[in-house]
Design a protein around this ligand. Structure first.
Ligand SMILES: Nc1nc2c(ncn2[C@@H]2O[C@H](COP(=O)(O)OP(=O)(O)O)[C@@H](O)[C@H]2O)c(=O)[nH]1
Ligand SMILES: [Mg+2]
Length: 488
């Protein structure tokens, strides 16, 4: 595709930005770590636990520079980017530790800067600046739109919405769509209704029972300050992929707004945030997909492929080779592993590895090293073997959040219970192949194969000497992969 004027202007801006970053980097080595994942994947909890662990002496045996004592100190530094909200670390820590509640959900980008004073293996003292950028995965899944015409996007979105279980959720929007003729004169009211029904459909796909992942445009579900603006008021039409819109038609109006969405939302995100990242962790709530059923798992697989595509597209869209995105390590992390007994942790990793494998094979041009881990940023459970008849079941102990229920029992948020959440199969293929498993999207909760309760954050034992460390699972492995080599 020939570069458009917008692309060329974008390129110039990007280059100027990269030069600025480069200058700063020269004097002060910096890693910009992107933390992303769909809403509720665990981004806020992950960053809070990571910063708490680094600044308050967490237990990180697998994070080499930390375990060997080469890191002298990690401290919060003033937030560098004037236009980006600061990650509300102090509040999140207080909620987690003192309130034993999970932080409120966040829907925007935020950022936090850490200074890490360390000693090189040669003995020299250095400081690494770690900028942690928390941004919604929904925004990332928008990047492929940059390479798609309105007509292509319409066709794809329609096709996706016609398969189960989406078709059922899209019924109302589909019914409205049949009343529209793309060639008719442009019509604000019809467009408003179409956009509203389309957004309702996207929202329904996202709820706990269905847990669908692949839902661009991302800003429709989290509009922020753009709510109600024309750039967010459009929807797919049933138009041919190669067609051209007649002047002043409904179709032309949709095209204009779709392009505005790219200009106002997608390109600035690419330029100001995505293109500046060095390392990336993608958090994945695989357990949410297990809860829901095989369709959600396949949808998640498609979303992960979409995400890997973004890293590839990121490299090929922008013309210059000098200033193209520089992400050289990507970690996919299944979060909330504390909901499973440790015998299933490796299996959870295997499931995630299987879910990204197809995409990884295709995405070789990302030029990035890719790894997979199952982790729990904050471990809310302990393990026990619970006798049931003659068997001893590997179970987990935790305090279910108030309002959670299982087997007809409602929990008050104070009582600890032992639960058996379900075992993951030794062979991940069993979850992906046709037979599948039963989840909430098709079965009542007492009949589904997996049921994960929401637990409260753990009660920490104070042993006198300051604040205790938050327990975790494999957070140190994630750190080692993401920044271990930059502390050499
Ligand atoms: N048990 C457990 N639950 C977690 C963990 N991380 C996240 N969660 C749960 O997932 C929810 C969403 O996490 P959050 O970090 O707010 O997700 P975000 O939307 O990606 O920022 C939290 O409210 C917790 O219920 C974890 O490490 N262990
Ligand atoms: Mg968040």
């Amino acid at each position: 595709m020939a570069p458009s004027l917008t692309d060329i202007l974008e390129e110039a801006r990007l280059s100027a930005r990269a030069l600025l970053d480069y200058g700063e980097h020269f004097f002060n080595p910096t890693v910009r770590l992107g933390v992303t994942g769909l809403s509720r994947a665990g981004k806020t909890v992950f960053i809070t636990a990571l910063v708490h662990g680094l600044t308050r002496g967490g237990r990180f045996p697998v994070f080499e520079p930390f375990a060997t004592g080469r890191i002298a100190r990690a401290h919060l530094a003033p937030q560098p980017d004037d236009a980006v909200p600061r990650f509300d670390y102090e509040n999140h820590v207080r909620t987690l530790i003192e309130g034993r509640r999970w932080p409120n959900s966040t829907v925007d980008i935020s950022e936090l800067r850490l200074g890490i004073d360390y000693q090189r293996p040669s003995g020299a003292d250095r400081t690494l600046t770690l900028d942690i950028v928390d941004y919604p995965g929904e925004w990332l899944l928008d990047l492929p739109l940059l390479n798609k015409s309105y007509e292509q996007w319409s066709r794809e979105s329609l096709a996706l919405s016609q398969a189960a279980p989406r078709a059922h959720l899209a019924a109302e929007w589909h019914a409205h769509l049949t009343t529209l003729n793309a060639q008719d004169r442009e019509d604000e009211q019809a467009t408003l209704t179409a956009a509203r029904l389309f957004t309702d459909y996207l929202r329904a796909c996202r709820n706990e029972r269905f847990a669908m992942s692949l839902l661009p445009p991302g800003r429709f579900l989290m509009p922020g300050s753009l709510a109600g603006s024309p750039a967010l008021t459009f929807a797919p039409l049933d138009v041919p992929a190669e067609g051209a819109a007649p002047e002043a038609s409904l179709w032309a109006m949709m095209v204009r707004r779709y392009e505005a969405y790219k200009d106002v939302v997608v390109r600035p995100f690419f330029r100001d945030h995505f293109a500046r990242l060095d390392r990336q962790i993608v958090l994945v709530d695989a357990l949410g997909a297990f809860n829901s059923g095989p369709e959600a798992l396949h949808d998640l697989e498609a979303a992960l492929a979409g995400i890997l595509d973004c890293f590839r597209i990121g490299r090929s869209t922008i013309l210059s080779t000098l200033f193209r995105p520089r992400i050289d390590r990507i970690l996919f992390a299944a979060t909330k592993a504390d909901h499973l007994h440790h015998v299933s942790h490796d299996r959870l990793e295997a499931v995630l590895r299987r879910a990204v494998s197809g995409a990884v094979a295709k995405a070789e041009q990302t030029g990035a090293e890719i790894d997979v881990v199952a982790l729990s940023a904050v471990r809310a459970t302990r393990e026990a073997l619970v006798a049931r008849g003659r068997d001893k079941l590997p179970s987990i102990l935790g305090t279910p959040a108030p309002g959670e229920s299982a087997n007809g029992e409602m929990f008050d948020g104070d009582t600890e219970v032992a639960t058996f959440p379900g075992d993951l199969p030794a062979d991940p293929e069993e979850l992906f192949n046709g037979a599948g498993f039963r989840g909430l999207s098709s079965t009542p909760s007492d009949k589904s194969d997996f049921r994960f309760l929401r637990f409260r954050p753990p009660l920490l034992e104070h042993d006198g000497a300051g604040e205790p460390a938050l327990p975790h699972i494999r957070l140190d492995r994630a750190l080692q992969f993401l920044i271990g080599d930059r502390l050499q």
